[in-house]
Design a protein around this ligand. Structure first.
Ligand code: 13P
Length: 253
């Protein structure tokens, strides 16, 4: 059985005080209200990782992740953070290939394959993001683009290793726009990804990989999205910055 996951991508938001308050509020509500079998992940800005990780203590349900890591092992790369550093801080997850990284920092398939490798080498679980921009969706190229994104950064992995990856499908036109994919659109694309994984690795491996949906997930639409057969949870941006709303999303799974 694959894991159900609700991850909050805080992006570049919150001061340290605000971040601590947000994490504490969510944790309190999660322990009081969430009974189902769901893993919650806070993907915080780099500077807060240790503080928030310490705040979590050994809470089994809530974990922590970074939003990016360098493709390099170590060295003269001013401003970068390596996978080895994250591993040394016991950070179990790292988002790789978010569309904002692809768009604003020019990250492409080959580079992201290297980041996936370096993360896995250090024992981190990559949350690998894929998804099409609006013009690609409008010209009906979304399936082939997303399959290509999965192929070029993940298909070099062997059968045992791909099982350690979490995939997030995030259509770019739905990110931060308030315009979410319909449950049908999300399910269609998750099924395309799962079928593509099955073609390469076999159905059993494909069935073991969690595929999250991201893009304007909120408390009102989460239930319908999470009810889709191939949607195993969400990667949530804006709504993960509001404790009550995020907890309602978690409870929708
Ligand atoms: P929003 O939920 O704000 O649309 O962001 C989604 C996202 O980019 C999560 O990684």
């Amino acid at each position: 059985m694959r894991s159900k996951i609700v991850a909050g991508n805080w992006k570049m938001n919150k001061t340290l005080t605000e971040a601590n308050a947000l994490a504490s509020e969510i944790m309190g509500m999660v322990s009081d209200e969430v009974t189902g079998d769901v893993k919650v992940i806070f993907c915080t800005p780099f500077p807060y990782l240790l503080t928030i990780r310490n705040l979590l203590g050994n809470n089994a349900r809530v974990e922590i992740g970074a939003q990016n890591c360098s493709e390099h092992e170590a060295g003269a790369y001013t401003g970068e953070v390596s996978a080895a550093m994250l591993a040394s801080m016991n950070i179990p997850y790292v988002i790789i290939g978010h569309s904002e990284r692809r768009q604003y920092f020019n990250e492409g398939g080959a580079l992201l394959a290297t980041k996936v490798d370096v993360a896995l080498k250090h024992g981190l679980t990559p949350i690998y993001c894929c998804g099409e921009p609006l013009e690609v969706r409008e010209s009906n190229g979304h399936e082939s683009l997303v399959k290509k994104q999965v192929e070029e950064s993940l298909f070099h992995l062997d059968e045992q290793t791909i099982k350690k990856v979490v995939i997030a499908y995030e259509p770019v036109w739905a990110i931060g726009t308030g315009k979410t994919a319909s449950a049908q659109q999300a399910q269609e694309m998750h099924a395309v990804i799962r079928k593509h994984l099955a073609g390469k690795y076999g159905q059993a491996v494909s069935d073991s990989i969690s595929i999250l949906y991201g893009g304007s997930v909120n408390a009102a639409n989460a239930k319908e999205l999470f009810a889709c057969a191939d949607v195993d949870g969400g990667l949530v941006g804006g709504a993960s910055l509001k404790s009550r709303e995020f907890v309602e999303i978690i409870k929708s799974i």
